[in-house]
Write a protein that binds this ligand. Structure first.
Ligand code: ATP
Length: 288
């Protein structure tokens, strides 16, 4: 039996289930009629231009933003705020300079949660925290206040914190922003390893699918109030994206990368996340 056939017979459990989900603010519909099941160990990328509603979708899964319609279940229960088994790497925000929290303590917080400070970590927990500090490449600044670190170093500390809780569902909002290529690769491998070894489901918002192309199972592409779901090969096709954007878009595969060319909005959606050019400021938009 091939692994695909075996999967069909013994599918892994559904971790996240969205049914007829919709999000509207006033008369602005971000998305509606969204049916999505994400299984244990599955890696789903969410793509789309600025303002499409990607972060809002993660907030809805976190129970922080109520749906306008439909439902979301995590492990067969309606979502609620603060679930320990949902890990979240938020969109990068620099830490307030006055925050005294040290890098290792930040990662410990992920492992020990609310128990932190009330008791010492067990030896196994301490070992796991040390391993994570090492795996996210934070050993050199483990005892430094997080607020004193560079943006990329803070981001790696955040990744360590989210993974430390061994989540069943890991929500990532542009986690590779401000990371150099080496650490983009390192963080991607770490997240991939987490889903393989622990069967965590991953939902990963990104402007650039290229750094994660090798690990993505499915893509949810949201644009202009509409969406499409499928494998990267199914979704990242000129006719599919042209239909979604309502304007001609080309998809070029070159040197192992995918480059979206055409509509300003589509090109912007595939910026590298480090040089966001807004269409109002640059009518041509970045073409990659
Ligand atoms: N609570 C809210 N009330 C009103 N509008 C909101 C609220 N939350 C988000 N929005 C709007 O919904 C739209 C989608 O926002 P969201 O942050 O989800 O976009 P995004 O796809 O993550 O964009 P980006 O790629 O720029 O991060 C934005 O126009 C935002 O202003």
């Amino acid at each position: 039996m091939t692994s695909r056939e075996s999967e069909a017979v013994h599918p892994t459990p559904v971790v996240l289930r969205m049914r007829g989900a919709g999000m509207r603010f006033g008369d602005r519909q971000l998305w509606s009629g969204l049916d999505l099941e994400v299984r244990a160990g599955e890696f789903v990328a969410i793509l789309g231009p600025n303002g499409a509603g990607k972060t809002t979708l993660l907030k809805a899964i976190l129970g922080q933003q109520e749906l306008s319609e439909g439902s979301i279940e995590f492990l067969d229960q309606p979502v609620r705020r603060g679930h320990r088994k949902i890990g979240y790497i938020p969109q990068q925000r620099l830490m307030d300079a006055g925050t005294p929290l040290r890098t290792r303590d930040m990662i410990s917080l992920g492992a020990l949660g609310h128990r932190f400070g009330l008791r010492r970590a067990s030896r196994a927990e301490r070992r796991r925290i040390d391993d994570l500090v090492d795996e996210v490449g934070a050993s050199a600044f483990a005892t430094a206040p997080v607020a004193s670190l560079s943006g990329g170093e803070q981001q790696r500390a955040r990744v360590g914190q989210a993974l430390a809780a061994q989540p069943a569902l890991l929500l990532c909002d542009e986690p590779l922003i401000s990371l150099d290529l080496k650490h983009q690769r390192g963080v991607t491998e770490l997240i991939d390893q987490q889903r393989r070894s622990l069967g965590a489901a991953v939902v990963f918002v990104t402007h650039d699918v290229n750094p994660i192309l090798d690990v993505v199972d499915r893509v949810l592409y949201i644009a202009g109030g509409r969406f499409t779901i499928g494998t990267p090969d199914e979704v990242l096709q000129a006719p599919v994206l042209s239909e979604l954007y309502g304007t001609p878009v080309d998809v070029v595969r070159t040197l192992g990368r995918i480059v979206i060319v055409g509509s300003t909005q589509a090109a912007e959606a595939h910026g590298d996340g480090q040089h966001h050019t807004h269409p109002e400021h640059d009518p041509e938009g970045p073409v990659r």
